[in-house]
Design a protein around this ligand. Structure first.
Ligand SMILES: Cc1cc2nc3c(=O)[nH]c(=O)nc-3n(C[C@H](O)[C@H](O)[C@H](O)COP(=O)(O)OP(=O)(O)OC[C@H]3O[C@@H](n4cnc5c(N)ncnc54)[C@H](O)[C@@H]3O)c2cc1C
Length: 276
């Protein structure tokens, strides 16, 4: 471990590894990824019956466009227009990178990547390689990043982003093993610590997911694009969520039986829609 890095990336989920991968490809190699646990986090540990990856349509006769996909994202009301535009424009590049790294997204003999409609999606932009899609993505990105020689500083929980004159100058972390303090200097921090798992009483986030957005707030960062939130039906013991597709195709509705043990995965099929 050095004392100074150009950029420290916090988190070893898909976001952290992808940030490291992209920086290396752009020629920024004085970097390290720091994490409280390589095997922790949402990307590696959760999923749903079909975990969805969202990108521009790449199959069939759909007349999709970057502008239209950006509009769909913007219409949700939680994303700034230029962020929506960038997300749409780069979605193909990011997706194809994962394909090239070996993530097994389904593809037909003509090279089309099959798509389906996901929640309120006007096009078939969604695709999936099954319940473990984000796990496959994490593993593919991780082996690429390790292959590029990126240093991964494991078992260090970042507790503070250090600033001087309003600019980032380093991080402070404690060892998960023994609580020893480490201070590292850097010019940039990329925060990839996942969602706010801790704010829920019952949550489908894995127990290993703590989230650390407060590090940025504490360091004085201003936040935007955090309004969009997704709610759904999920189990809490076996941390899995129920996708919109299931809800659309099932003729009757599943819910927890009031007599069922709260943490169990017992879902009771009701004979009639309970909302009727
Ligand atoms: C049940 C469920 C189903 C989902 N289904 C879908 C889906 O179908 N499609 C979809 O697009 N998204 C889905 N999501 C959301 C998606 O999985 C997450 O948004 C994504 O995995 C987050 O990736 P990430 O890299 O940002 O964070 P994570 O994968 O959570 O990684 C966070 C990393 O930060 C580290 N970390 C956290 N705090 C600290 C700290 N203080 N110091 C050091 N390291 C720290 C963690 O150890 C971890 O390595 C689902 C989420 C859940 C919970």
């Amino acid at each position: 471990m050095k004392k100074y890095y150009n950029t420290l990336i916090i988190g070893t989920g898909c976001a952290g590894y992808n940030a490291a991968y992209r920086l290396m490809r752009l020629g920024v190699s004085d970097i390290a990824v720091i994490t409280e646990g390589r095997f922790m986090g949402t990307s590696r540990n959760t999923g749903s019956d079909k975990q969805t990856y969202y990108k521009l349509s790449l199959a069939g006769e759909d007349a999709d466009s970057v502008r239209e996909m950006a509009q769909t994202l913007y219409d949700g009301g939680g994303v700034m227009g230029e962020h929506a535009m960038v997300e749409a424009a780069y979605s193909v590049r990011a997706f194809m990178n994962l394909v090239e790294l070996g993530v097994p997204f389904p593809c037909n003999e003509y090279g089309e990547y099959a798509g389906y409609k996901t929640d309120h999606d006007p096009r078939r932009r969604a695709t999936s390689c099954g319940p473990l899609t984000s796990k496959y993505m994490t593993e593919a990105l991780e082996s690429a990043v390790i292959g590029m020689g990126v240093e991964i500083i494991d078992m260090q929980r970042v507790i503070k982003i250090l600033t001087k004159d309003g600019k980032v100058c380093g991080i402070a972390a404690v060892s998960v093993y023994n609580g020893d303090l480490t201070v590292l200097q850097c010019s940039n921090v990329i925060l990839c610590t996942g969602g706010p798992a801790g704010i829920y009483e019952n949550t489908v986030y894995p127990e290993s997911q703590h989230g650390a957005t407060s590090l940025a707030i504490d360091a004085g960062a201003s936040l935007s694009n955090l309004e969009e939130w997704q709610y759904g039906i999920a189990s809490t013991a076996f941390r899995w969520n129920l996708s919109g597709t299931y809800q659309q195709v099932l003729p009757t509705y599943f819910r927890f039986h009031p007599m069922a043990k709260r943490e169990s995965f017992s879902l009771i099929l009701l004979a009639k829609d309970p909302l009727e």
